[in-house]
Design a protein around this ligand. Structure first.
Ligand code: GLY
Length: 419
């Protein structure tokens, strides 16, 4: 099958690796993907450019990785052009594009989530700060690439973030803090049909012990040894199904990947956020465990046939993903450093995100071109073994000034997470 993948990060490298054997094109891609796919340029924010490229490569399936093209309407444009696309319509992608919309859907569907207030004027900030303190969860209501959320006990910091969001022209959402460990559950959704993948957890803060600023994600592991056996089914029953049914009821059925970010509190799972796409970096861990050919499953969703797909097959054991970040990430990542290491061209071990190539694929040098440079994948019969494997891979990679978290999955390994 000729497949076009839109995106350029570790998530898209993992998608390509899970679909190898097909005729793959990726746009805009990155240097590390060139062994798996033809890399083409594209403006991801332009649905017209994506359709033009899909036509040019005669794509039989387009898989959209990031949220920006989805919210811009790329899936609608591809569907209008008669090209099968994995990813929700612009209307359905509002589950990620507008947190206020997502709250409205959850209220209608009876899904547990944090209480929230939307603030559009600086005049209303003081009242919201009074209501939601002392643990403030302040969110940009629009897309912010995973960096729009500030969780803090510092009122001045909460106010400053809210003002920055308002000054950028977006409304601000104040939310009550949800207690409990977080689960990232990716669900394939086709109308009212829901098929969950393995549950995962990511690490969003830059430094060990969940210190430092929020990032796009510094590591992940899957599945979750601390989640009860029926935990995934509970999230599907209490969140995924009601939301999918509500989207159908509204006349905007969801088709693609619904990422449920949930906190498992005393009453069960409650939604922290929805994303309209695979998560990064959880995807890199989750897909490395999938045995069922991914392309067939994504095509089935694109063609409205998810109900015909049998149960997904998975490898036994665990997967872990450790992100290597460039010096200064996330505030001011230093790019241009030379990356060396034996596993750089092995997509079963290293998934590229911010890399460029100086010289050709044979004999050239990889350079850091973004904040999150790459991710090292590890596997094992136990979570501890999987994490050790990932650290062995990343230990063989050199990039001056770079850093990575040393505590990926540690609380889970130490049995420090319980429901
Ligand atoms: N891992 C968080 C995200 O993909 O948004």
């Amino acid at each position: 099958m000729r497949i076009l993948v839109i995106g350029s990060g570790g998530r898209e490298h993992a998608l390509l690796h899970a679909m190898h054997g097909h005729e793959l094109t990726v746009a805009p891609g990155n240097a590390g993907m060139a062994r798996l796919a033809t890399v083409r340029p594209v403006d991801v924010a332009s649905p017209e450019a994506i359709v033009e490229l899909a036509r040019d490569v005669a794509a039989e399936l387009v898989v959209i990785g990031p949220e920006v093209p989805l919210v811009a309407g790329a899936a609608d444009a591809l569907a209008e052009a008669g090209i099968p696309v994995f990813g929700p319509t612009k209307a359905a992608a509002q589950l990620e594009g507008s947190k206020a919309f997502a709250k409205d859907v959850m209220a209608a569907a009876g899904v547990r989530t944090a209480a929230a207030t939307r603030v559009e004027s600086a005049d209303d900030l003081a009242a919201a700060l009074d209501e939601y303190g002392p643990r403030y969860v302040v969110k940009d209501d629009g897309l912010a690439g995973g960096k729009g959320v500030v969780v803090t006990e510092d009122r001045a910091e909460a106010r400053a973030h809210a003002e920055a969001v308002l000054n950028a022209g977006n409304p601000v959402l104040f939310e009550s803090f949800l207690e409990g460990p977080e689960v990232s559950l990716f669900c394939l959704v086709d109308g009212e049909t829901v098929v969950p993948l393995k549950p995962a957890q990511d690490h969003k803060r830059a430094y060990d012990n969940d210190e430092g600023p929020n990032t796009g994600g510094m590591g992940a592991y899957a599945p979750l040894p601390w989640l009860p056996e029926d935990g995934v089914q509970t999230i599907v029953d209490e969140i995924a199904h009601p939301v999918a049914a509500e989207m159908v009821r509204r006349g905007t059925p969801y088709q693609g990947l619904l990422y449920i970010g949930a906190a498992w509190g005393p009453e069960g799972p409650a939604v922290v956020e929805f994303n309209a796409r695979f998560g990064d970096p959880e995807t890199q861990a989750v897909l490395s465990l999938l045995e069922t050919p991914l392309a067939d499953v994504l095509l089935a969703v694109a063609e409205g046939r998810l109900g015909e797909v049998g149960p997904l097959e998975w490898k036994d054991g665990y997967a872990a993903l450790v992100v290597l970040a460039a010096e200064g990430y996330p505030q001011a990542a230093k790019t241009g450093g030379v990356i060396t290491g034996d596993a750089l061209d092995d997509a079963s071990k290293v998934l590229h995100a911010g890399t460029a190539l100086e010289g050709g694929l044979e004999g050239g040098n990889y350079l850091a071109s973004g904040g999150r440079v790459l991710g090292a994948v590890g596997h094992g019969a136990t979570l501890e073994e999987a994490v050790a494997d990932a650290y062995e891979v990343i230990g063989g990679i050199e990039l001056p000034g770079s850093f990575y978290r040393k505590d990926i999955a540690r609380p889970a390994i130490e049995g420090a997470i319980s429901l």
